[in-house]
Design a protein. Structure first.
Length: 120
């Protein structure tokens, strides 16, 4: 994965919205709903796709482009949510990873797809 500079993306996205006077439509509720729709559009690209084929996107440039576009839409809405809520993404991810490490200790979770409350 190549790194993404959110500090560079965020102002560009904010300016794009400001130039079009779209901020008036970007309540947190509307942004969350839009994010959900874009996630569903990404899911739709893989619906009924065999597991093995889903992992071979590099061999289908057209589908990879469609996936890239949906991931971009998802990222744009996620950044708008971060802007509106003031959530620090880096801190939120670090905090969540600590919580997940507690719920999924290596000794119990390694190689297992069980949910944390199903581990013995």
């Amino acid at each position: 994965m190549k790194s993404a500079n959110l500090e560079k993306l965020s102002p560009a996205i904010e300016q794009f919205m400001k130039d079009r006077d779209w901020d008036q439509f970007h309540s947190i509720k509307n942004l969350v709903m839009a994010l959900s729709v874009e996630c569903a559009e990404l899911v739709e690209l893989f619906q009924w796709t065999p597991e093995e084929e889903s992992n071979q996107l590099q061999s289908d440039p057209k589908k990879l482009d469609r996936v890239r576009d949906e991931v971009a839409d998802i990222t744009i809405y996620l950044i708008r949510i971060l802007q509106k809520t003031g959530i620090n993404l880096e801190k939120a991810v670090a905090d969540k990873m600590r919580q997940n490490a507690e719920k999924y200790p290596i000794a119990q979770a390694k190689g297992s797809s069980k949910k944390y409350d199903e581990h013995e």
